[in-house]
Design a binder for this molecule. Structure first.
Ligand SMILES: Cc1cc2nc3c(=O)[nH]c(=O)nc-3n(C[C@H](O)[C@H](O)[C@H](O)COP(=O)(O)O)c2cc1C
Length: 375
């Protein structure tokens, strides 16, 4: 019996298996609005047999986008555009849909990766002045961001809440706050980017304050059945630099605090706060952080990062290191990753009836439990 293909619950959310499609920016929105690309991209992933599909980092304010092409959920046009994509997915797949709400902070106003990824000068090529906890640039050559005032923090918090309400209206079944990869909430957590001298900087408690406030404000407006989780960077990978940085010990404290605040799951990633980071990359390189957070909190834990092989994923779940695995690049490379994993592990996975004839003989019961949404 495959553990990877066993059902799981996050609160009231029932998941058919332990496989999540990780959020992945597409840099292909117009004024924050999803378009045909998103329908094709998400639609293809939605029929691949994973239990939960996360829409990419979706900005709660226009200036919270990473690039001018990043998705947003800050106005009615954004909401309508995403509603269209979701309608298509719902007609074709029973997959549960999640959204990652985000603010890029000082990493906003960047060029798309295929255009070099560097910071766009304000107002040129659609750029703007990024904001951050402190007026410290991400990379040395970049212009410093605007340090958010107390009043502006209220606005950002309110924007997270407003976007969460839109996500509820859109019928998303799970919401994740992006507090990883060097974006705004992570910028508050890490002493590398947070040098504030008010209640939002300095001590660990103060650095956690704004992310926790955002979490609680969003949680307060969500119906009970929608789980709210957080993606964390477990470490800045700067321990050897001599610089004061964000570490796994602090992440554990943050995870425990979020647990008290009603967090439904932690999605455990790492890095992104500084170009000086020294990441020890390898297969499953972040799983040990997932395990540590699982042991410390007992919360549902998502492991992510270079999980590419079915047996590897099975071992992560079977050994209790994490409850769920999220895959990004492997899903782009092979959107039917879950079908192939099911074939290898003897699991059962959903697939659309239009594709049943593709089943290679002897592949087991890949489509044994097909559930197709009725039109
Ligand atoms: C194209 C692409 C876009 C990504 N966009 C996001 C994103 O929107 N939010 C996020 O938290 N991580 C994002 N990531 C990181 C992935 O979600 C994932 O954590 C990372 O790629 C490691 O997993 P993998 O080894 O399975 O790719 C992105 C990764 C890729 C490859």
């Amino acid at each position: 019996m495959s553990e990877l293909f066993s059902p799981y619950r996050i609160g009231a959310l029932e998941l058919a298996n332990r496989i999540i499609v990780s959020p992945m920016c597409q840099y292909s929105a117009v004024d924050g609005c999803a378009g045909d690309w998103h329908a094709v991209h998400l639609g293809g992933l939605a029929i691949g047999g994973a239990a939960l599909l996360f829409v990419e980092a979706t900005a709660v304010l226009a200036e919270g986008r990473i690039t001018p092409g990043c998705l947003g959920l800050y106005d009615d046009a954004n909401e309508e555009a995403l509603a269209r994509v979701l309608r298509m997915i719902r007609q074709c797949s029973p997959i549960k849909m999640g959204i990652q709400l985000a603010h890029a902070g000082r990493k906003g106003s960047s060029a798309a990766p295929w255009d070099g990824g560097g910071l766009l000068a304000a107002a040129a090529a659609g750029g703007w002045q990024p904001v951050a906890p402190s007026a410290l640039a991400h990379a040395q050559h970049e212009a410093p961001p605007h340090a958010l005032t107390r009043g502006e923090l209220d606005d950002v918090r309110a924007a997270f809440v407003a976007s969460a309400k839109r996500a509820v209206r859109l019928g998303f079944e799970a919401i994740e706050l992006h507090a990883a990869h060097g974006y705004l909430l992570h910028q508050f957590l890490s002493p590398v980017s947070n040098r504030r001298t008010d209640d939002y900087g300095g001590t660990l408690e103060n650095r956690m304050r704004f992310p926790r406030e955002v979490f609680s404000a969003v949680r307060a407006v969500l119906p009970d059945h929608i789980p709210l989780g957080v993606r964390v960077s477990a470490t800045d990978w700067l321990e050897d630099s001599g610089e004061d940085s964000w570490t796994i010990e602090q992440t554990v404290t943050f995870g425990q605090a979020l647990q008290n605040d009603g967090c439904a799951f932690l999605d455990v990633s790492s890095g992104g706060i500084s170009p000086q980071q020294k990441i020890q990359v390898g297969p499953g390189y972040q799983v040990r952080f997932a395990r540590e957070l699982k042991e410390a909190t007992g919360l549902p834990i998502v492991a992510v990062g270079m999980i590419t092989d079915a047996l590897q994923a099975e071992e992560i779940i079977g050994s209790g290191s994490a409850d769920l695995v999220a895959l990004a690049r492997a899903m782009l490379y092979d959107p039917r990753w879950a079908w192939h994993a099911a074939a290898r592990l003897g699991g059962v996975v959903s697939g659309p009836r239009q594709y049943w004839r593709s089943l290679p003989s002897g592949s087991g019961r890949i489509f044994g439990d097909v559930r197709i949404a009725q039109r």
